[in-house]
Design a protein around this ligand. Structure first.
Ligand SMILES: NC(=O)c1ccc[n+]([C@@H]2O[C@H](COP(=O)([O-])OP(=O)(O)OC[C@H]3O[C@@H](n4cnc5c(N)ncnc54)[C@H](O)[C@@H]3O)[C@@H](O)[C@H]2O)c1
Length: 886
């Protein structure tokens, strides 16, 4: 009798205790080999060897391509073992030779296929193109790395195949493995180990133990040096393994039991379907986890179907597995035979009808052996135990159904979800059903068909994770994210600054892709701009106020034949529905660019429209920070107010009814392509709007100047904007026809826009957004009212910057310290507002006093509050500010 040894740390060894056990041929019940029986010492030695090998790095540290070279050698050695694998598998597991002869070929192909994929296509490293976090500037990428020491525990039905799956996936991905085959069928795994040794796979990378599952399983599943367990077997044992693995929180993948439905539709090709049902159940004596053991047959074809299925099953040859004419061999052992006999009795007791089989069979020319006839139960109800529990033998339940929906419901009425089939002559109908079945695999007009690149695994209690293909290989890796900070200096550190009370963020990302054209009559450059953008079909976006002021017509005239339409239905402080309506019109008219003519409401709508057009779907799909990767739909802006600066900023602010607040798209990609600052477009702006929109720009400038992210580029722009507003706003208030002053206010707004694109804004904006959304206060008016109070609130955190603002505001700061000058700046802004007739209190713009506490709470969570010079975390302080200006 042949003797097989354990494979530990690259050597074939006997157990320290000297214990052995016999392998029994289930076709004759005679022993044909002895095997060393591993105990605790061997299990620990194998785990230690695998740990050492992994940590040594002579396998885990190789490149996937270098590992693949070795795996190809391994595959060649496996091919050389084809005959030995075929005979041994047949004698150990009872597989007919017609099946077991394939393992040499299939195993070596699996090794080659997966190793090639891992070496050439598997995404070991991937750039993350967008962090989705404005506070994490830098490069992010992920690496997939081996998990470490893996344990593979495999069943007795397909010992060679399962050994190949576990070994191949683990080692190809750089792991090491301790494999424990079922004690009934340990031999072929040890032959595979021989092939690995002959191929020079480093010692300890593959270890194979033979012995009792209970004792060895306990050590393997609880040992702290084991990182992952991949188990194939019964759901019952799977549950135990998950429990054992939980103490040391191992990664676990489980491929467990099933009670799969094979649905035969009324339009199925009858002979194909009958063969599918027979093959789906009786292949390898039904000892297959994903067998189609519930055959659901349409009542329209039921009688003919079961008649043919019966005849087909009775024609199957049950015999000794090494005889080439045998279709079916023995069950694996006496225990399994007893289980099958018990279930057949139970089925009869439950009222199912035994159509054929239901008895043991003697194999011709052989004494002994665990042979059982292919058995069909009809008249089965899905709630019977024979239809709910896994029998794991040649027993099939046929269930009649009336409609496709009923078939799907029966198929899904199971604790399992592993496989299943649909037989139909309509692929569309079969696919429709396949989509509704909650299992890991569905075959259409086929059964038991596997592919090295096709994932296999279960829904529900059929398992966790997947085997094979990309998904299977991924299960043998860990994901590591690596972040490389772009601004590696303390002062540039936004995230760590959260622990600081005096935040200064000293990094700059100055990106000004917008082509800014300014001056009287510069509208006429629009035609050339459209051509430069390679566009021909402009849709104008505007609002009724701007249209009624005659400004839209000016643009239409300038565009001549490049204008395909006008959308003028934009409300003040636009919302997502308006964006969707404008995008729908743009799609209908096949617009290839957007020209926005108006204030911030129009421009922001247009920005969101451009993103929606480029990326499809609805505006709400695109509310995100830094996610866009390509240029958006071209956008030309003609601002008509004195305020937002949105023509050059990377922000779109939109009201969302669903979110109950303003939401943002922030992205460099939404900065408009061209801004045309033609002062003629602001000449019609009424005095009140001139004042409030100019104060919006002023707020941008002051808040950017004092922001935690301020730096000299934005300081320069902010200070010049402050200067221009202070000089020109009184002139425009005095004379709305002063075109020079109007033009300067427009430029101030654009410069303030640049400044805040770099440095963001602060608390005044957060507070303005909040009362804006709660009480419909125009944005500029709210900003203006709140700005001086917020400046005073910030005084001890930004005195130097506010002192600079004081000078830009024309305050004579001689003899003042920074703090005094900062407070004088706030006073100067209040004076400017009064001079411009700007509202000074929230009640002037219709804010009710009750509910301010709610506004305060929302304000501290609004994004701009994060950049405020003074940290704001206390809603009480914010409420105090609201009250001061109420
Ligand atoms: N994206 C950004 O960078 C940014 C910056 C600041 C503000 N915003 C947003 O901008 C919006 C406010 O924009 P806004 O203050 O420009 O106001 P707005 O666009 O809402 O316009 C206000 C009113 O002014 C009228 N109007 C505009 N120009 C006119 C003209 N020349 N003649 C006559 N009437 C005219 C409009 O018809 C409208 O009724 C807010 O939603 C705010 O959140 C965005």
């Amino acid at each position: 009798m042949d003797h097989y040894k354990l494979f530990i740390d690259g050597e074939f060894v006997d157990a320290e205790s000297g214990a052995t056990f016999e392998s029994i041929d289930p076709g004759t019940e005679l022993p044909f080999a002895t095997v060393s029986q591993a105990g605790t010492a061997e299990a620990e030695a194998a785990i230690e060897a695998a740990r050492r090998a992994f940590d040594r790095g002579d396998w885990s540290g190789l490149t996937p391509a270098a590992r693949a070279e070795k795996v190809y050698d391994f595959a060649d050695q496996v091919t050389q073992q084809t005959l030995s694998l075929a005979i041994t598998e047949a004698m150990d597991a009872g597989q007919v030779i017609g099946l077991s002869k394939y393992w040499g070929m299939l195993g070596s192909q699996l090794l080659r296929n997966l190793a090639y994929y891992a070496a050439t296509s598997f995404p070991w490293e991937e750039e993350i193109p967008y962090a989705g976090n404005v506070f994490a500037p830098g490069r992010d990428f992920i690496r997939r790395e081996p998990v470490g020491v893996c344990v593979g525990i495999i069943p007795w039905n397909f010992p060679a195949s399962m050994a190949f799956w576990k070994i191949a996936q683990a080692i190809i991905m750089g792991n090491t493995i301790v494999l424990k085959p079922a004690s009934a069928t340990p031999l072929t795994a040890l032959i595979i180990a021989e092939a690995a040794k002959a191929a020079g796979i480093p010692k300890g990378v593959i270890n194979v133990l033979a012995g009792p599952g209970g004792e060895l399983g306990k050590i393997l599943c609880t040992h702290p040096d084991v990182d992952k367990i991949a188990f194939t077997g019964s759901t019952e044992v799977g549950r135990e393994i998950m429990k054992m693995a939980s103490d040391t929180v191992k990664k676990v993948t489980l491929e467990l039991g099933g009670k799969s439905a094979n649905i035969i539709l009324d339009d199925a090709d009858m002979d194909l379907a009958v063969n599918g049902a027979v093959f789906g159940t009786f292949f390898h004596q039904g000892q297959v986890c994903e067998s189609g053991t519930r055959v659901l047959v349409s009542s329209k074809i039921y009688d003919e179907f079961i008649d043919k299925m019966k005849r087909r099953a009775e024609a199957l040859g049950v015999g000794y597995q090494l005889f080439p004419t045998s279709h079916m061999g023995p069950l694996v052992n006496g225990i399994q035979l007893a289980t099958v006999e018990r279930y057949v009795k139970l089925g009869q007791k439950e009222g199912a009808e035994l159509l054929t089989g239901g008895k043991r069979v003697e194999a011709e020319g052989i004494t002994g052996g665990f042979y059982y006839a292919p058995t069909i139960f009809t008249n089965v109800k899905n709630n019977m135990r024979i239809a709910q529990e896994e029998i794991f033998g040649p027993v099939v339940c046929v269930i009649k159904y009336d409609s496709d929906d009923e078939a799907v419901a029966i198929a899904n009425d199971s604790i399992y979800g592993l496989g299943g089939g649909v037989f139909s002559s309509s692929t569309a109908r079969a696919e429709g059903i396949a989509r509704q079945i909650r299992t890991g695999t569905v075959w259409i007009n086929n059964y038991h068909s596997f592919g090295d690149f096709c994932p296999f695994g279960g829904y529900k209690q059929s398992g966790v994770g997947r085997e094979l293909g990309h998904s299977g290989l991924s299960e043998y890796t860990q994901i590591k994210r690596i972040h490389v900070n772009s601004y590696a200096a303390t002062e540039s550190h936004f995230t760590m600054a959260i622990l600081s009370d005096d935040i200064k963020i000293d990094f700059v990302q100055y990106n000004c892709p917008t082509n800014v054209i300014s001056g009287h009559g510069c509208l006429s450059s629009i035609y050339k701009e459209i051509v430069n953008l390679n566009c021909r079909r402009a849709l104008i976006l505007t609002d009724p106020g701007v249209r009624d002021a005659g400004l839209t017509q000016l643009v239409q005239d300038a565009l001549v034949d490049f204008c395909v339409g006008v959308f003028d239905d934009i409300a003040q402080d636009t919302d997502l529905d308006i964006v969707d309506a404008a995008a729908a019109m743009a799609r209908e008219l096949k617009a290839d660019c957007i020209v926005s003519v108006g204030g911030g409401s129009v421009i922001d709508t247009a920005k969101a429209v451009c993103v929606t057009l480029r990326n499809g779907g609805r505006a709400n799909d695109h509310i995100a920070l830094y996610r866009l990767q390509e240029p958006q739909t071209p956008h030309i802006v003609i601002p008509t107010t004195s305020g937002t600066g949105s023509e050059v900023t990377n922000v779109a602010v939109i009201k969302s009814k669903a979110a109950g607040r303003k939401v943002y798209i922030v992205d460099t990609r939404i900065m408009p392509n061209t801004a045309i600052l033609d002062p003629r477009f602001t000449m019609t702006l009424p005095p009140a709007l001139t004042a409030t929109t100019a104060m919006d720009a002023m707020t941008h400038a002051v808040e950017a100047l004092t922001s935690t992210m301020a730096q000299p580029i934005c300081d320069g722009q902010a200070l010049q904007a402050i200067r221009l507003i202070r000089e020109n706003l009184p002139k425009v208030v005095a004379n709305g026809r002063d075109e020079k002053a109007r033009g300067n206010l427009q430029i101030a707004a654009t410069m303030a826009g640049w400044a805040f694109t770099i440095a963001q804004v602060g608390l005044a904006h957060a507070m303005a957004h909040t009362v804006g959304i709660l009480h419909n206060v125009p944005h500029g008016a709210a900003c203006g009212i709140l700005l001086p109070k917020v400046m005073r609130f910030n005084v001890d955190y930004a005195a130097d910057k506010l002192a600079m603002a004081a000078q830009a505001l024309g305050v004579n700061t001689a003899g003042m310290d920074d703090r005094e000058a900062a407070l004088a700046a706030a006073d100067a802004i209040e004076m400017l507002m009064k001079e411009a007739g700007h509202p000074m209190r929230l009640q002037d713009v219709g804010v009710p006093e009750e509910g301010l506490d709610m506004a305060a709470f929302h304000a501290i969570a609004d994004v701009p509050a994060l950049f405020n010079a003074r940290p704001v975390n206390d809603p009480q302080e914010v409420l105090e500010l609201y009250k001061q200006v109420y």
